[in-house]
Structures are given as C-alpha cells and as structure tokens.
Design a protein around this ligand. Structure first.
Ligand SMILES: Cc1ncc(C[n+]2csc(CCOP(=O)(O)OP(=O)(O)O)c2C)c(N)n1
Length: 572
C-alpha cells in the first residue's frame, strides 16, 4: 500500500514536470503561481526546475493580471498555476481580457479526481469549462501509467501550438500529493517511450507555424487608392510593427489618424489629435471629403472617430486585422484583409492619385497642439496636464500603462506630439477597472524597463493588494494615482441628476493612498501642483523599484477642462 501511495505522488509529480518542460518548449518563460495543496505536483515541479521564472502571489485575481502583463510585454505565452475551487474562478477577469485581446495565457489548475467531484469533497467545484468561451479547454485525466507520456505531450502540443488565446488545462491529481523524495528512476522504462525528446529542446509534436495572411491583389490596391482616403490606426501591438504605417501614409499620400492604443498617438508624422480635430469645422470639412478608408486594428477609443467612420458613406472601406473577427461595433459594409499590419504596409502600394489631398490636416493638428500647450500645459493643475507631462517626458526605453477609463480617454484626447513615445499598454479588451496595478507589474517585470502606470482612484482601490506585487519590482515602476475622489468618467455621462450621479455612480470615498503605500512599504509622494509632481516623478523614476504618486485634483477638474477645450476647438 505504501509503495502504491508513493508511486501515485511521484507519478503526479512526473506528469507535472513533463507539462512544465513541454511549456518551456513552446516559448513559455514566466510561470505565475499561487499557493494551494491540490496543485502540489505542479508546484513541486515548478520549484525543481530552472527554465521558467517563477512569480508567486497570494491572490489569484492579481496573479492572472500579472500573467497578462508579462505575456503582453514578452509577446509569449505565460503559464499560471492555481489550486482547485474559487482560486480558479478568481482568474476569470484576466482570462476575459486576455481572450478578447488574443493574449495566450495557460491556466494549469489543480483539481480533484473525477470521483471526488459533485459529492461534497472539500474545495471541489466544476472546473472543466469554467471559463466558457473565453478559453480553450484541455481536461487531463488523473496521471496513469497506462497512459504513456507521449500521449500527454502530444495532447499538450496540439493545444499549445499556434496558441493565440487562453488555454485552460485542468489537472486532476489523486492523493497522496506529497512524495517523500523525488525518485524518477522507477519511471525509466515509462519515459523511454519518449525517445529523442529527452535530449532535445523541441516539442514532442512539432506543429508548423500557422501564421497566414490574405492581402489584396495589386489591381484591387490600384483601384482602392484612386481617390481621397484616410488611414486609421486602431489598437496595434508592437509585434505588428505599427511604425510601418507612417511609411505607408507617406507613400500613399493619405493622412494617418491615430488612436491612443496604436503606439503612434504621439508620432509627429500622424494626425494624433483626430478626436479633437473632428470638433473643428475646418478639419471636419476637409475630412468629409475622404471617400476611402483603410483601418488597421480595431477597438477605437474616440467616440467621435467611431462616429466619423460609421456615418460616412464610404466608396471603399478596408480593414486589416491579424485575426478573423468583427472589430467594428458599427457593422460597416467593408472588406476585411487578414495579417500583420506591418506586413500589409510592406505590400507594393501605389501612390494615390490624390496624394497629399489633406496636407492641411498636419497644420491643423499642430495648431491644436499649440492650443493644448497654451490652455492645458499653461493652465490649471489637473489630470490632462499630468498625463501630458508624463507622455512628453517619455523615452523609447520606457513603458507606459494607461488605465481605464478617464486616464486613457484623456491620453487619447490630449497626448502631446513628440518624437519617440514609450511602448503603450492598456487593458481595453473588456475595459475593466480591475487588475490594472497587477497588469502594469507584469509589463514592468518582464524586461525591467522603467514603467509608468496612470490610473484613477477607484481603479487603484479595486486592485490595492496588487501593491504586494509592486513591492517585488526591481526596476522603476511609478504608480500615478489620479485621485479625483471617485469615478469621474461619470461626470461626462448624461446621468439625470447630480444626486443620482454622486450616490450611484461616482462613489466619493475621501480616502488617501499614503497609508496604502505605507502598508506595502512603498515610497509615496503627493502632488497638488505641477512643480511638486515633476519633482516626485523624477525621484520615482530614479528609484529602483515601485513608488506611488498621488495626484489630488478636484472632482470636476478634468470634465470641466474637456468641455472648455471642446468649445475652444469648435470655435477655431
Ligand atoms: C471591473 C469594472 N467594474 C466597473 C466598471 C465600470 N467603470 C468604468 S470607469 C469606472 C470608474 C473609474 O473610476 P476611477 O478609477 O477613479 O477613474 P476616473 O474615471 O475617475 O478617472 C467604473 C466603475 C468597469 N469598467 N470595470
């Protein structure tokens, strides 16, 4: 009986080790783990290996978002280990966000064997399929010597190859879970079935890279560019080489209108202030002449840009996306091309017959920038002023994470024109205000580049215990909390009365973040004017770890400024 028990624990561990080894062969570099007993075979396997960087955290919700940030920054799949029960369910928000934005997270959940599900056993819930349509599912059987290691590995490989969204691998482990010692010799003949696999670094089942593209033929391109057109850059990751859109815009002679999430929002060769320009009658009249549109990526932030695209009767509407999906809530009649944005730009595009038809837009974009310099930078201290200062000071080595909902909208509306913007990250798949600190920690941790997170006070409260993750950061991570005492995005919405707005939406709390930072041992500063902010920000960027800067502003400062700027730009 003892022999049987120790074999069970060791076979569990062997399977756990095989799984982790195979993950490394699919490019996984980071492993995010939370404690628990049922995942012990995975935990002990993780502890014994040195190929994967381990990240430990007590809260699975933050852990999921940490993995999301690591995956975004590393552009590689990231694995997560959790125990059974609600631990798995706590990953849900991060899995939803990852699914909608095609980030490959791999969840390894420890589970009880089938005979202990649905019968009142402790910490047992229905785990298979728990993420619904947001994750692919692989349900492993309990480790069994009758199932060869080649079956386990090839089943994993089939799911892991070309993974572009979350995968949930449910791992059922019978007790005992804790082996007395790690003795794999007893499995020598079992493992011999793997042949060469043990001496190589390749997956057991190597699957061809399935990236593909379907782009327009040359004659269709000739017809498409024959007229006045605009290019729109929506959400684009660095992996899609968005900078190539600048070259394309010059080649075609069409203006490039850029969203906050395009990595090109601050590029001087783009029309970054498009959201505000659409308010201006001169710019609007010019833009109304466009009859062709070429959109790269989706999930646009600016409601004005979305309406402009939706309401015009386009002669031709093309969209280029890396995945076959509908990223257009306006359901415009269009042609979808599939592939990486950078690859689409590298096609042999002919110059447009109407090249430079909208050259005046560049001047208008610059004059809006002058208005921002005058009215925002030179005006009262506030949220847009802080965001512009951060965005203006960033170098190409730095990373910027912008939270929902007002911060990212303010960046979209008012970011300055600059030369080299930081890599910009957001969580705009599901646009949650949850997990923003944890995601930014993941982004910061992967390469250890200086990173700034800008987020609202409710978002910061929502994810406060992820400051424990920030505490472990070895590189500068500046967490800028724009504290306007509640959810001030709701100031921009037509809530019927101020009383309803305040009681049911904004939720003022009167809390300060100094105590929160102190609890986690993080340096903290507070700024109520620009001078104090700049000093605090410089110091934080020089600190080799995380720090918190709280910017305190009046509740209606940002919303009033948005309205004033809109009136000004309308009247120009
Ligand atoms: C998890 C989640 N809950 C609720 C919302 C709805 N929501 C959107 S913005 C917002 C308020 C955000 O407030 P804050 O973080 O302080 O930023 P502000 O808008 O004030 O800049 C809320 C509750 C959401 N997007 N995600």
């Amino acid at each position: 009986m003892d022999h049987l028990h120790s074999s069970t624990a060791e076979l569990n561990l062997l399977w756990g080790s095989l799984i982790l080894e195979e993950l490394t062969r699919h490019g996984v570099m980071h492993l995010c783990m939370a404690p628990g007993s049922r995942s012990t075979p995975l935990t002990l396997a993780a502890a014994a290996q040195d190929k994967l960087t381990r990240h430990l955290h007590f809260d699975e919700r933050g852990l999921g978002f940490l993995a999301l940030g690591l995956a975004k920054a590393s552009k590689a799949p990231v694995a997560i280990i959790t125990t059974s029960g609600t631990a798995v369910a706590n990953l849900y928000p991060a899995i939803v966000e990852a699914s909608l934005t095609h980030v490959p997270l791999i969840i390894l959940s420890g589970d009880r064997p089938w005979e202990l599900i649905g019968c009142g056993a402790n910490q047992a819930i229905e785990q298979p399929g728990i993420f619904g349509g947001y994750a692919r599912q692989l349900n492993l059987p309990t480790p069994d010597l009758r199932i060869g290691p080649e079956v386990l590995l090839s089943a994993l490989d089939e799911q892991l190859a070309n993974l572009d969204r979350p995968l949930h691998i449910n791992c059922m482990y019978p007790e005992p879970l804790y082996p007395s010692e790690r003795r794999f010799e007893q499995f020598d003949s079992y493992l011999s079935r793997l042949g060469q696999w043990q001496d190589t670094q390749a997956p057991y089942l190597s699957v061809a890279n399935a990236s593909f593209s379907a782009f327009p033929p040359r004659d269709a391109m000739m017809r498409f560019v024959h007229g006045k057109g605009v290019i729109v850059a929506g959400t684009l990751t660095e992996a899609e080489a968005p900078i190539e859109l600048i070259t394309l815009s010059q080649k075609l002679g069409w203006p490039l209108l850029t969203d906050a999430q395009s990595q090109l929002r601050q590029h001087p060769g783009a029309i970054g202030h498009i959201d505000q320009l659409l308010l201006n009658p001169k710019a609007r009249a010019l833009l109304d002449q466009a009859e062709r549109v070429l959109v790269f990526g989706g999930r646009l932030l600016s409601k004005r840009l979305i309406s402009y695209l939706a309401e015009k009767d386009w002669h031709s509407y093309w969209q280029v996306l890396p995945h076959q999906e509908r990223l257009d809530p306006s359901h415009s009649n269009k042609q979808l091309w599939l592939g990486r944005a950078g690859d689409a730009c590298a096609l042999e595009w002919p110059r447009s017959s109407e090249a430079n038809w909208a050259a005046q837009l560049i001047a208008l974009n610059q004059s809006v920038e002058q208005d921002f310099i005058h009215h925002i930078d030179g005006g009262e201290f506030g949220e847009a002023q802080v965001i512009r200062a951060i965005a203006a000071s960033h170098t190409a080595e730095q990373q910027l994470f912008i939270g929902n909902s007002l911060p990212v909208r303010l960046y979209d509306m008012f970011a300055p024109i600059g030369c080299c913007a930081a890599s910009t990250y957001t969580n705009r798949g599901a646009s949650g205000i949850d997990g923003l600190i944890a995601t930014a920690c993941g982004v910061a941790r992967h390469r250890g580049r200086p990173t700034t997170l800008i987020l609202g006070d409710l978002s910061a409260l929502h994810d406060l215990n992820s400051l424990a993750l920030a505490r472990d950061c070895q590189s500068p991570l500046v967490i800028v909390v724009l504290n306007n005492d509640g959810g001030n995005i709701f100031n921009l919405l037509p809530v019927p009365t101020e009383e309803l707005r305040s009681d049911f939406y904004r939720l003022s709390h009167g809390l300060e973040f100094g105590y929160g930072a102190a609890m986690f041992g993080l340096p903290y500063d507070r700024a109520e004017d620009m001078e104090a902010f700049i000093d605090a920000y410089q110091a934080a960027l020089e600190h080799p770890g995380a720090s918190v800067i709280e910017v305190t502003v009046a509740q209606d400062q940002a919303s009033n400024q948005i309205r004033r700027m809109a009136e000004w730009i309308r009247s120009r």
